[in-house]
Design a binder for this molecule. Structure first.
Ligand code: 5AD
Ligand code: SF4
Length: 481
């Protein structure tokens, strides 16, 4: 499925140093999921080779790129507003060129050029290697569009620039696209069919991150459990692969095992998991390696089997619960988070109660909850009327959010009194005397700085908490350092 959208990062700009002096200035900002932020690092790397340097000042940019999201209507409206802002700046700096990247570019294609006069360049998620050519077109005064989706593009050979982050945690993309065809979701149309990246290039990137001092990596994909490398090509074409390719293929549990063994001192996370594709082997590999974090993001979308069927999810309520039980059995300390959509067409009060009761059963540590937003071109938009009134969607969403808040507080409190390993990521937002990091379960923890520093693994005795943050004191370095 899909990636979580981190509200704090929306609109973040990337900065890297110039490789040449008289280079042109690029302003690049990103909206949407982690995959989009990761893609912007690939784009930045491609343009650094073209001699661009980045700026954080929109007003002085020669080229403005915005990496866009289409997941809900609101995401697209945010981008439209940004384009208005660029338009205002273009009046001061008429030479500035504007390019739209990512999912909205793919969805709207050349329509963008008609609808938004200020846009010069439209590039879909599989066409970033064509950017140097497309920019030349634009320089020559022509609009340029490339929204071709690819069978095998994974950008495995491009080493992303990493200068926007904290230097401790990084994302490594392992699959692109999605074959699930959930009826609400625009992703299969914007990011194309599913394909996996060569495990050697993944390992190389992780080893390189380790050498640069990174301590934690998150393997990224719309559906990581479906990872399958058999020499390249679409997942759906695996059935046509040769016997040798089939016999030597690498699946997600094998990849996870390789990564955990290659860097035993680095923390490994992954996202997103799908209930129907997550195998028992993955859970056993997680149990086997101390450095794989005890955290699974397992979107459910709805607790009603009828709605799940309408959504074309490949699992029932019962199957999802069975998967949760298996996780609890094999990984008793594992925390679990969800994505839920409320107000999907035809959702009744009964269906909504099923979602609430499923939440009560799982008591998720964390959740990302949304009101259904009809997306043009999706199966749901074509087949079922968006018939749940806005006020009902809002009220159901509020109930779900409030229940999740209770569960989150319950889970956070359960860690008080425990001694847990925390990886320091940055200074606490609330106090410059405290560090902030996360536990293996992905809960944020703050504690006094003492002599510890960013990137240290510290054993922290948890003495208190707020609704979602643990408060404690460092005991000593963990043996992981
Ligand atoms: N409306 C509302 N939420 C959606 N999501 C995906 N498509 C839609 C939509 N049309 C949610 C799902 C997904 C998360 C990333 O966004 O819960 O898992
Ligand atoms: Fe990410 Fe695109 Fe989905 Fe938005 S629509 S969450 S950018 S994959």
């Amino acid at each position: 499925m899909e990636k979580i959208i981190d509200e704090k990062r929306q609109g973040e700009t990337l900065v890297f140093k110039a490789s040449q002096n008289n280079s042109r200035k690029l302003f690049i900002e990103s909206y949407g999921c982690q995959m989009n932020f990761s893609d912007s690092e690939i784009v930045a790397s491609i343009l650094a080779n073209e001699g661009f340097k980045t700026t954080q000042k929109l007003e002085e940019a020669d080229l403005v790129l915005v990496n866009t999201c289409s997941i809900r209507d609101k995401a697209e409206q945010t981008i439209r507003k940004r384009l208005e802002k660029y338009n205002a700046v273009k009046r001061i700096n008429p030479g500035m060129k504007v390019g739209v990247l990512g999912c909205m570019a793919e969805r709207l294609k050349s329509k963008f050029l008609e609808e938004e006069k200020i846009v010069d360049l439209v590039v879909g998620p599989d066409a970033y290697k064509d950017l140097p050519n497309l920019i030349k077109e634009v320089d020559d005064g022509r609009d340029a569009v490339n929204v071709i989706l690819s069978k095998d593009e994974t950008y495995g050979d491009i080493s992303p620039v990493r200068l926007g982050g904290n230097g401790v945690t990084a994302f490594v993309s392992i699959t692109r696209g999605c074959d699930n065809m959930c009826t609400f979701c625009v992703v299969p149309f914007t990011r194309g069919r599913e394909r996996s990246r060569d495990p050697h290039s993944i390992l190389q990137e992780i080893n390189d991150l380790n050498e640069k001092g990174y301590k934690e990596i998150t393997l990224l994909g719309q559906n990581v459990d479906s990872y399958l490398w058999y020499g390249g090509g679409l997942k759906k074409n695996f059935k046509n692969a040769s016997e040798i390719q089939k016999a030597t293929a690498t699946n997600f549990s094998q990849l996870l095992d390789m990564v955990a063994l290659a860097q035993p001192k680095m923390r490994i996370r992954f996202s997103t998991s799908n209930p129907q594709d997550m195998t028992e082997e993955v859970l056993y590999i997680m149990a086997k390696h101390k450095n794989i974090c005890d955290y699974i993001h397992l979107p459910v979308q709805s607790g009603s089997t009828r709605i799940l069927k309408e959504m074309n999810r490949q699992h029932t309520r019962e199957e999802y619960i069975a998967q949760i039980n298996r996780i609890r059995e094999i990984l008793p300390d594992c925390s679990i988070s969800q994505d839920i959509i409320t107000g999907f067409p035809t959702e009744t009060e009964e269906d909504h109660k099923d979602t609430l009761s499923l939440m009560d059963y799982v008591k998720y540590d964390y959740g990302y909850m949304f009101a259904y937003s009809e997306r043009p071109g999706t199966l749901a938009a074509r087949k079922i009327k968006d018939d749940v009134p806005e006020e009902i969607k809002k009220r159901r969403l509020a109930e779900i959010v409030s229940l999740q808040r209770e569960h989150c507080a319950f889970r956070t409190e359960s860690f008080v009194g425990k001694t847990l390993e925390v990886l320091i990521e940055k200074e606490s937002k609330k106090s410059d005397q405290h560090w902030a990091g996360r536990t293996s379960q992905n809960t944020v923890a703050v504690f006094p700085k003492e002599n510890y520093k960013i990137g240290d693994f510290v054993i922290v005795k948890i003495s208190d908490c707020t609704s979602a943050t643990l408060i404690g004191e460092g005991v000593w370095y963990s043996e992981n350092n």
